[in-house]
Design a protein around this ligand. Structure first.
Ligand code: NAI
Ligand code: MG
Length: 501
């Protein structure tokens, strides 16, 4: 039965099953079960116990959500920017007001340290709404005057229509809102498909949209899986106009193929294997801190992770020793403990994959300086905890340097010249981000220009400005989002030319 105000229902069933939360789809302003009544469990990766029973969406549920979004499009897309802004700002305020609850669910659902959920993910989610609420009211279009031909041309922008937003589990609410906020702000309606590993906060966001007074059908959530399920159905759906996706590069390929029939507009943010280059003149304390944060933040489950660390030979030994010493600042533990910096990996399956890469790196000749195993002290034995691990003396041709591990595993290697560092950095199928540590402005500019990556950070890391383009070169993405780039993606532009006498 549909229940408008809350995703929870069937308290009795929940108690019998010993589960905490029931998560349903949110379609046309109502929480609903799957048409075929199917469900699946979401687990807490800290102890692998179920924490939620989740509606498992099929193509029929995706269909219903797209129909609701299409119906709402007429009203939402023609609403005044000021009216839309008021609603989106209320969403941001409600995210702030419910921040503790959202942060706790994020941590429980996918394992990130509570400190990060509370101080990074949730505030940034609110900021995504505030930024685009303001931006859509200010942005304009170009005009081109041709008096010698007595014509005047201008550009009209129109919301593209119904957007499918398919998001991953590593920053569930932050990355979802990074798509949903601009889509809604520029007048599109949305069907979101959160990752199956982390369904809860998207469902709470739907509640927040009701509280903010968003009209029914403007924001919809279909829960469930990707291939042969709700996710794929959205990418094939004839009434979905654009797909914004963040996830693995292989999934991007599958979505491109599936959506090709409808020639949909696509925006992909995909994987990475980002280089962190430390030049001989770098501020060593800052560079060591930055390199550690770059690879161990969020358990290394970060597309941008600086997982290949290139260090000038003149400081190589000292840098490696300092990284090992710095590991103490990245304690593994219960993600609800405020001193924890590294939580469990999202699933047992993912942990096995990461441990497999650690074995592989060793067999390929990497020298393991520290870490390398599961953490099984006390209660942690029930979860998917992996030690922060550092390999030195790796070769960039190793699989552990070419493939995305998506866990707390650093690969460190020496270089002798700037040319060699840039060449090695660019020798990757990916091109999402690059980090440069140097005190020399010429070196910084030179490296920034030559790096084949969508983002370059000099003497800093993970610093985001929502006005800047975000996306990747090569296998790391298609298109850019952020400020005017999101405006471009979520709208169609039309050229109007008028002849006058
Ligand atoms: P994934 O690609 O397996 O899944 C992401 C989402 O796509 C999930 O919602 C999933 O259900 C859905 N999906 C899977 N197959 C689909 C299909 N055939 N059709 C439609 N939807 C489908 O990625 P995962 O494992 O959830 O996330 C980790 C990956 O995401 C990493 O490779 C990471 O690099 C990448 N990522 C990239 C970011 C970026 O901005 N470039 C940011 C965060 C993560
Ligand atoms: Mg989960």
């Amino acid at each position: 039965m549909a229940d408008r105000q809350s995703g929870e229902s069937g308290g009795e069933t929940l108690r019998r099953a010993g589960l905490v939360k029931e998560v349903r789809h949110f379609i046309g302003g109502e929480y609903v079960d799957s048409i075929d009544a199917k469900t699946f469990e979401s687990i807490n990766p800290a102890d692998n116990q179920p924490i939620a029973r989740v509606a498992e969406g099929s193509a029929a549920d995706a269909d219903r959500a797209v129909a609701a979004a299409r119906k709402a499009f007429e009203t939402w897309s023609t609403m005044s920017p000021t009216a839309r802004k008021a609603i989106l700002l209320r969403v941001a305020d409600r995210i702030d007001e419910r921040a503790d609850e959202l942060a706790e669910w994020e941590t429980r659902d996918m394992g990130k340290p509570i400190v990060d959920s509370r101080t990074k993910d949730v505030p940034r989610s609110a900021h995504n709404f505030r930024f685009f609420a303001d931006y859509q009211e200010m942005v304009g279009t170009h005009s081109y005057d041709k008096p010698w031909e007595k014509t005047f041309g201008y550009e009209l922008r129109e919301p593209i229509g119904v957007v499918a937003a398919i998001s991953p589990w590593n920053f569930p609410l932050m990355l979802l809102t990074w798509k949903v906020a601009p889509a809604l702000a520029f007048g599109c309606t949305v069907v979101a498909k959160p990752a199956e590993q982390s369904p809860v906060t998207a469902s709470i966001l739907a509640e927040i949209c009701i509280e903010a007074g968003m009209p029914d059908g403007v924001f919809n959530v279909v829960q469930g899986f990707g291939p042969d399920a709700a996710g794929e159905a959205l990418t094939r759906h004839p009434d979905v106009d654009a797909v914004t996706f963040t996830g693995e590069s292989n999934t991007g390929r599958a979505i491109m193929a599936a959506s090709s029939g409808g020639l949909k507009k696509l925006s992909f943010e995909l994987g990475g294997k980002s280089p962190c280059i430390v030049f001989g003149d770098a501020d060593l304390d800052a560079a060591v801190d930055g390199a550690l944060r770059g690879v161990f933040y969020n358990q290394g489950e970060v597309c941008l992770a600086g997982s290949r660390i290139l260090v000038h030979r003149s400081i190589y030994d000292e840098f490696c020793a300092r990284m090992v010493g710095g590991i103490a600042r990245w304690p593994v533990g219960d993600p609800f403990d405020p001193s924890t910096r590294v939580g469990p990996l999202v699933s047992t399956e993912h942990m096995e994959k990461v441990l497999g890469y650690i074995d592989l790196a060793e067999s390929e000749g990497g020298k393991r300086l520290i870490g390398g195993g599961r953490v099984t002290d006390g209660a942690l034995a029930r979860g998917n905890f992996v030690e922060p691990t550092i390999f030195a003396d790796v070769d960039n041709s190793m699989r552990a340097c070419r493939e995305e591990i998506f866990g707390p595993v650093a690969a460190v290697m020496p270089f002798d010249s700037t040319d060699e560092a840039i060449e090695t950095a660019n020798d990757s199928p990916y091109g999402l981000a690059g980090m440069v540590w140097t005190k020399n402005l010429d070196t910084a500019h030179d490296a920034a220009r030559r790096m084949k990556t969508g983002n370059v950070w000099v003497n800093c890391f993970f610093v985001r400005d929502l006005r800047l383009p975000f996306g990747g070169y090569k296998q790391s993405g298609v298109g850019r989002e952020g400020g005017e780039y999101s405006y471009e993606f979520f709208t169609e532009s039309k050229a109007v030319v008028i002849k006058f006498d």
